[in-house]
Design a protein around this ligand. Structure first.
Ligand code: IMP
Ligand code: MG
Length: 174
């Protein structure tokens, strides 16, 4: 069985949208420093591109989480694989994610980060699949709403592959 990737959002479309998001975020955080929290690994490509286009002062931190086994997954409990280096207290925190799907990971993560006392806490995602939502998540900045298809590229993987594609695509098998 061979795999092909069909382009859903071209490199130019993604770049253009990230530029717009960077401008919007720069306006919204005028006079402040924005602390970007990247959810590894998927969020890393988007975070770098976004950070380059933000014109207010930026600091960065990274964390990695994984869902507990499928039996407990519906509870939305996630395990921290790598925690942040710095406290969030009194920071204007913007969480940067690749995609919001069921919403389980993000709703749990946002609660947990809120408990650390940031001055403000918002969520920015490159992609959103609203049809798949199981748990409500308040998304402040969305790059693209996409249909319920499994996508790769720009940090998103299929079996750890395709993260490096500079566009968003759908894996097709034949
Ligand atoms: P959620 O808790 O279901 O919202 O899970 C979101 C996570 O599942 C994302 O951060 C991705 O790691 C992964 N994911 C969801 N949809 C896709 C997809 O279409 N392609 C690749 N990874 C996905
Ligand atoms: Mg992710």
């Amino acid at each position: 069985m061979s795999e092909r990737v069909r382009v859903m959002l071209s490199e130019e479309e993604v770049d253009r949208r990230i530029q717009e998001m960077g401008e919007q975020i720069s306006r919204d955080y005028e006079g402040k420093q924005v602390h970007l929290v990247c959810v590894l690994k998927g969020g890393s490509f988007f975070m770098c591109e976004l950070a380059k286009r933000i014109t207010v002062p930026v600091s960065l931190d990274f964390m990695s989480v994984s869902s507990y086994g499928s039996e407990t997954k519906s509870s939305g409990v996630v395990r921290i694989v790598k925690d942040l280096d710095d406290p969030l207290k009194d920071k204007d925190v913007l969480v940067v994610e690749d995609i919001v799907d069921s919403g389980r990971t993000l709703s749990y993560l946002m609660e947990m980060l809120r408990d650390r006392g940031p001055r403000s806490l918002r969520l920015c995602t490159l992609l959103d699949k609203p049809e798949r939502r199981v748990v409500d998540v308040n998304v402040d900045y969305t790059g693209f709403q996409i249909p319920d298809e499994f996508v790769v590229g720009y940090g998103l993987d299929y079996d750890q592959k395709y993260r490096n594609l500079p566009y968003i695509g759908v894996v097709e098998f034949d």
